[in-house]
Design a protein around this ligand. Structure first.
Ligand code: UGA
Length: 425
């Protein structure tokens, strides 16, 4: 059954939510405060790199099921049944989630909400937020966390593992859960605090898993084991699973780092130490320090004055998102140590302070003593390594994603160094 829905915020979560809810038959009005962005969206222009999203937006517009308006109040009508809050909840100075955007939207629309309209929080919000927000407005608040990965958000939305909704008002939670019925996913109707907690617990589990596998990769390097073989051996165990076992330059993006810090903060606020999560965060910083050590070694001890070529800047392949990107952190640290850094990322153009950004991967490696692969873009696999070797001034390629096949590099006279993998030269 078609429902009338308002979505506030058109970042990748808000826009995916709006476009996908329209695609499964609902009528959705999406609001953003950025008038320029709204007029671009009305024209079907999507500036987020998210496969399938632009097409869904255009289809929703053509079918008259998707509208874009400026400002949250304009999205609320007398027949709006659910309002989704998809505004950012950035990390505050102390690691806590900053709820000012969520609260300010609620203040703006609180008096406009029709009777029985539920307010669903999609933004990741700390446990207890639904309770706190329900004191601000006279409407049921439903925690409805999303589990969308950037770069596959549309697919994740339309093929969810589960739908989680939680509220002290169970009928309101059921109403929000029912919006997803066409997707035929297991639906969990919970209390609000548990629903809010599912999101943090899941993201932080993933962060811990990655820090663990990154530490195993460092260990593999020191004991002469191959992390690819090790994780394959681990992954056959269904209790462990195969996914999220790839070492890298550290985990980043707009979610995992923010949520890990926020959960430590939540734990402390109720008098609980969370050393496991803290050390996962520390391990993540160590992972970047480890990459820098490898660069130092490859530059004979000093980075100052060395020309370094970076392949990849986005926090993972398939996105143009630089938020909390380990690649950017490593680039900044190299610049701070006096390196001359040139970088290429197929999805990033423009200016980045201290870094020379180029459109051509071969331009990025020209004159470099060390080349570092930081984002797992598949096109890096098929570079002409003989040409790279000719263009470089040194011969080390640090592959922090274990993306490349070492053979063509060694044939070209290069030394390939993966993470937790035997060095080939
Ligand atoms: C993450 C979660 O995976 C989603 O379920 C969640 O909905 C989302 O956060 C959110 O809270 O909104 P996302 O930030 O898009 O999604 O990125 P991930 O695919 O989880 O990757 C996170 C980081 O881990 C990236 O830096 C990635 O490169 C790294 N990673 C991932 C690895 O280093 N190795 C892996 O095997 C997997």
């Amino acid at each position: 059954m078609q429902r009338k829905i308002a979505v506030v915020g058109t970042g990748y979560v808000g826009l995916t939510t709006g476009a996908c809810l329209a695609a499964i038959g609902h009528h959705v009005v999406c609001a953003d405060i950025d008038a320029g962005k709204v007029s671009r969206l009305r024209a079907g222009q999507v500036d987020i790199l998210e496969p399938g999203l632009a097409e869904l937006v255009r289809r929703g517009l053509d079918a008259g099921r998707l509208e874009f308006v400026v400002g949250a109040p304009a999205a609320i009508h007398t027949d709006t049944e659910v309002l989704f809050l998809c505004v950012p909840t950035p990390m505050g100075a102390d690691g806590s989630a900053d709820l000012r955007a969520v609260e300010s939207v609620l203040r703006e629309v609180g008096d406009l909400l029709p009777e029985d309209c539920a307010v669903a929080t999609k933004s990741t919000v700390p446990v207890g937020t639904a309770d706190r927000l329900s004191r601000m407005v006279n409407a049921p608040i439903v925690a409805n966390p999303e589990f969308l990965r950037e770069g596959s958000a549309v697919d994740d939305f339309l093929h969810p593992d589960r739908i989680v909704v939680g509220s002290s008002d169970r009928p309101a939670a059921r109403r929000v859960g029912a919006l997803y019925e066409p997707l035929q996913a297991p639906t969990l109707i919970l209390d609000a605090a548990s629903a809010e907690m599912v999101k943090y617990a899941a993201n932080c589990f993933l962060a811990v898993k990655l820090s663990y596998v990154n530490a195993i990769a460092q260990l593999c390097d020191r004991v002469g084991a191959d992390v690819v073989a090790v994780t394959e051996g681990m992954g056959y165990d269904p209790r462990i699973g195969r996914s999220f076992l790839k070492p890298g330059p550290g985990w980043g993006g707009s979610c995992l780092p923010k949520d890990a810090n926020a959960l430590v903060h939540v734990a402390e606020s109720v008098g609980l130490e969370f050393p496991l999560l803290r050390s996962a965060i520390e391990q993540n910083a160590r992972q970047q320090a480890d990459v820098l050590d490898r660069v130092r070694q490859a530059c004979d001890g000093t980075i100052r004055g060395a020309r370094i070529g970076l392949l990849g800047l986005a926090f993972k392949a398939g996105t143009n998102d630089l938020r909390d990107s380990p690649a950017v952190r490593i680039a900044d640290a190299l610049v701070a140590e006096g390196a001359e850094v040139t970088a290429h990322d197929p999805a990033i153009s423009g200016e980045l302070s201290g870094i020379r950004l180029v459109d051509d991967p071969y331009e990025a490696v020209k004159g470099a003593v060390v080349v570092i692969v930081l984002t797992e873009w598949p096109e890096f696999r098929t570079l002409d390594w003989t040409r790279v070797a000719e263009l470089m001034d040194g011969f080390t390629v640090l592959d922090t994603r274990n993306l490349l096949d070492g053979d063509p590099l060694t044939r070209a006279g290069l030394t390939w160094r993966g993470m937790g993998r035997p060095v080939t030269s």
